[in-house]
Design a protein around this ligand. Structure first.
Ligand SMILES: CC(C)(COP(=O)(O)OP(=O)(O)OC[C@H]1O[C@@H](n2cnc3c(N)ncnc32)[C@H](O)[C@@H]1OP(=O)(O)O)[C@@H](O)C(=O)NCCC(=O)NCCS
Length: 274
């Protein structure tokens, strides 16, 4: 078999998006990547298309690996191989090359998240040296009936990003880090109640995603976050609330305490020291 890697920057966005969608065919959750979705991922998550790779088999594109970069760290933001080319060793070959490339450009660590029940993915990443850091969970809650007299104060998303960088866990998953939070823009909105903070996606939509929650270090353990969450649910009634499966157990008490339901899909946060 002849395998080769080519810079993703050589392909038009729409073709990369299409190949990614095909690479995630029959996945655990439906994935449909369009050019605008890819552009948002690139901006938010610092994906570097010059270091991302199109994976070829016998001269034909069969997969994509998106590489995000910040300082000394890189992240495998997505890797998908089309179903007909899977389970023949190309994923292992590509990962070994991507790790060599990361070392050669001076990165010191590579990170990723993988769905726990993705047997092929977990096996592959452990085989090439990634270690499990922690489990990551998501939640959902439909139309909570809540009353609250508390008034949320709206703040600039950049202000929240600064606070997450300062007060958040140092090894937060990439998408929860202050660097990612600072790339969110309206119609997403950030709110504060005393020392508790959150970032949500467009509250005018029927489904709202909670992209960040934070309680300043000095106020942790005082029960502030459920008060803030209730105020949030009361301010935007008749919504379905989603927490993506990227939250470490250390943070999940916030969602457990207000009765959100843990999602079936959980992930491993993994890291490789280069
Ligand atoms: C995950 C993925 C990238 C792996 O690529 P691949 O080319 O199939 O990987 P390989 O053939 O090198 O196999 C890697 C390991 O997984 C195992 N494997 C592959 N497919 C498997 C399957 N369906 N069930 C169980 N194990 C599987 C292989 O046996 C191998 O383990 P081994 O070396 O111990 O035998 C590919 O399957 C894929 O694109 N899946 C859909 C998208 C996805 O899950 N991406 C990862 C998201 S983080």
């Amino acid at each position: 078999m002849t395998y080769s890697l080519h810079p993703a920057s050589e392909l038009p966005f729409a073709q990369i998006a299409d190949l990614l969608t095909r690479g995630f065919e029959d996945y655990f959750v439906p994935i449909h990547i369009t050019a605008p979705v890819l552009l948002t991922m690139m901006r938010r998550d610092s994906i570097d298309l010059t270091e991302s790779r199109i994976i070829h088999k016998e001269g034909e594109p069969v997969g994509v690996a998106l590489i995000a970069r910040r300082g000394w760290s890189s992240r495998l933001a997505a890797m998908g191989i089309i179903s007909t080319a899977r389970n023949g060793g190309i994923g292992t070959w590509a990962m070994q090359k991507l790790i060599e490339e990361a070392r050669a450009r001076g990165d010191k660590e590579m990170n990723l998240e993988v769905i726990e029940k993705n047997v092929a993915g977990v096996k592959l990443y452990e085989k090439v040296g990634f270690k499990k850091i922690r489990r990551l969970f998501g939640y959902q809650l439909e139309n909570p009936q809540v009353e609250s007299a508390e008034k949320l104060q709206e703040i600039d998303i950049r202000e929240l990003a600064r606070l997450v960088t300062y007060h958040g866990l140092k090894d937060l998953p990439w998408q929860l880090s202050g660097a990612t939070i600072s790339q969110h823009t309206p119609p997403a909105r950030a709110f504060r109640l005393n020392d508790a903070y959150c970032l949500i996606s467009d509250p005018n939509a029927e489904h709202i995603s909670i992209s960040s929650v934070l309680v300043k270090a000095r106020s942790r353990g005082a029960g502030l976050s459920p008060v803030m969450m209730r105020a949030l649910f009361a301010r935007f009634p008749n919504k379905t609330w989603h927490v993506p499966a990227i939250y470490p157990a250390e943070i999940c008490g916030v969602f457990d305490q207000i009765g959100m339901k843990r999602a079936e899909i959980s992930q491993w946060q993994m890291s490789l020291t280069l």
